[in-house]
Design a protein around this ligand. Structure first.
Ligand code: ADP
Length: 456
């Protein structure tokens, strides 16, 4: 069932229940009021009739009958009976049909109660004990409250039809109200159905930006914004990777085509092959970087975690780097290292951590004239590795951008690279719940700090 229908029904049920309680209590009190009024009239009637009969000597039964018949306030099918102390009926209105059939028990009960209200032969009745100077009489007056009951019936019809009409009106207005209230959601649904990967720039209507539905739309738009940004980044990444891959491939193709134009000497072939090998190595580095990037970006990747001693890892990384670049100089300094080796140990993927550190150390040497980087290791609550070089530095406006894949500062273009090393290192450190800070002064040098949580 749709929320709109559910709301309308719930609304009508609530209003219907309240109205039902309200109309029932109105009917109940009206009916009690009528009953009391009528009984009071019966009571007065009984008293007046008996007084006329017993206290006014000129009035006999016949005259009383005539008086009764002609009084304006005569009640419908009124019957009045008077009994003496011997339970003998001394008076009853002859014209109103057979007398009331009152049992001795009832007469006694009336004598006991003095004012007793009851129903008899489908009529309402009042029995009272009338005490004269030397005698006690029981007077019973019974009648049908034709007018009161008709009015009550009329009231019941009004209340029941009013109740039904109100419930129907509430149902319809509730349905319309719910439709109006939920219209923004229907708009959002219609709009969202049009959003696909190719038009992520579409946004849903945020309405007044105040109510809950508008806030949902605002949140949804926020999510769309983040998705669009991620999607754009992905597209840029693919475009940049293709471009980076194409450059060495074009170079290789060009070299081979030019070489094939004429016969070469063995030395020339060797030189060309060496150049092609350089390009292929470059290509391999790039594809390795891309693969690692894909590995660390993928949530399903299995990072093969184990405990890694960072001091040992630094030495191994240094050796690996120096094997490829013997001209580099990497100096490692340990600052007051703790005895507890768990404070130097990280639970992580050794291969990825090594890649991250190699990239940072490699940059330090690559972008410095002296090809030298100093690495400081500290271990307190966090393991902190700081790589400091005295190289070209990073322009302040580029510091925020160099963590984006393929971004390279203008002053770094003289050195080979693809702009993948630092973003990759950043992703790897994030994967290990660590942080990477960059501080740099162009022309003076750069300090890159990595903070990792130890297992301790
Ligand atoms: P690249 O392959 O270009 O070195 P990186 O992702 O490792 O790619 O670095 C991105 C950019 O950050 C570099 O192109 C360079 O502009 C800047 N950079 C990184 N490290 C340093 C550093 N130690 N000194 C100066 N610039 C650096």
């Amino acid at each position: 069932m749709k929320i709109r229908t559910r709301l309308a029904i719930r609304f009508a049920l609530i209003v219907g229940t309240i109205l039902l309680l309200f109309t029932s209590s109105i009917y109940y009190f009206a009916s009690r009021y009528r009953e009391n009024q009528f009984r009071t009239r019966l009571y007065n009637k009984a008293i007046t009739t008996t007084r006329l009969l017993l206290e006014v000597e000129e009035v006999d039964k016949k005259l009383l009958d005539i008086i009764e018949r002609n009084t304006v306030n005569a009640l419908f099918s009124e019957k009045i009976s008077v009994y003496n102390f011997r339970n003998e009926r001394i008076y009853h209105q002859e014209e109103s049909g057979p007398p009331l059939n009152i049992s001795t028990d009832m007469l006694n009960k009336i004598r006991l109660e003095k004012d007793y209200r009851f129903g008899i032969d489908g009529q309402e009745a009042v029995g009272i004990l009338f005490e004269a100077d030397f005698d006690r009489f029981v007077v019973i007056a019974a009648a049908t409250d034709e007018l009161g009951l008709t009015q009550l019936e009329y009231l019941r019809v009004i209340l029941v039809s009013g109740l039904l009409v109100s419930v129907v009106i509430t149902l319809i207005s509730g349905w319309m109200f719910a439709r109006e209230m939920l219209a923004p959601i229907s708009n959002v649904i219609a709009r969202v159905e049009n959003i696909t990967a190719s038009n992520l720039s579409l946004r849903v209507d945020e309405g007044n930006k105040q109510d809950e539905i508008a806030l949902l739309a605002v949140t949804f738009n926020g999510m769309l914004g983040r998705l669009e940004a991620a999607f754009e980044m992905q597209k840029r990444f693919v475009a940049n990777s293709s471009h980076e891959l194409r450059t060495p491939l074009t170079a290789i193709t060009g070299q081979i085509e030019v070489t094939l134009l004429s016969r070469r000497t063995v030395e020339e072939y060797e030189q060309i092959l060496r150049s092609i090998l350089d390009d292929i190595r470059n290509l391999t580095r790039l594809t390795n970087g891309l693969l690692t990037m894909a590995q660390v970006s993928s949530e399903t990747s299995d990072p093969k975690l184990r405990n890694v001693r960072i001091d040992e890892l630094l030495w191994q990384t240094r050796d690996d780097l120096l094997k490829v670049h013997p001209d580099y100089s990497v100096n490692i300094f340990f600052e007051n290292l703790p005895d507890d080796e768990s404070k130097l140990t990280v639970h992580g993927n050794e291969q990825l951590l090594r890649t991250a550190l190699i990239n940072i150390m490699d940059n330090g040497c690559k972008y410095s004239n002296d090809r030298r980087v100093n690495v400081y290791l500290e271990a307190h609550s966090l393991i902190r590795i700081t790589c400091i070089d005295k190289g070209i530095g990073i322009p302040a406006e580029d510091i925020a951008k160099i963590l984006q894949p393929f971004y390279r500062s203008d002053n770094a273009r003289s050195q080979p690279g693809h702009g993948l090393g630092l973003p990759l290192a950043h992703k790897i450190i994030q994967l290990h719940h660590g942080k990477l800070h960059i501080s740099s002064q162009p022309g003076k040098g750069t300090a890159i700090t990595v903070e990792l949580p130890p297992i301790a």
